[in-house]
Design a binder for this molecule. Structure first.
Ligand SMILES: [Zn+2]
Length: 58
């Protein structure tokens, strides 16, 4: 079993999952909102939230 964290941004009024942007090498490893650009470490409007998901290996 492993746990991974899903990040969401609610800038559009409902939580939307953040996406990892592979094109920005400096920000590798951190997801960001495709709408407002907020990320877990840069959250000026406090719209970022997360949920831990458990995933079970078969
Ligand atoms: Zn956003």
């Amino acid at each position: 079993m492993s746990v991974y964290r899903k990040w969401y941004c609610s800038c559009s009024g409902r939580p939307e999952e953040l996406v990892y942007n592979d094109q920005i090498e400096d920000e590798a490893g951190e997801p960001e909102c495709s709408r407002c650009g907020a990320s877990p470490s840069s959250d000026p409007k406090h719209t970022i939230s997360f949920r831990d998901q458990e995933e079970w290996d078969d």
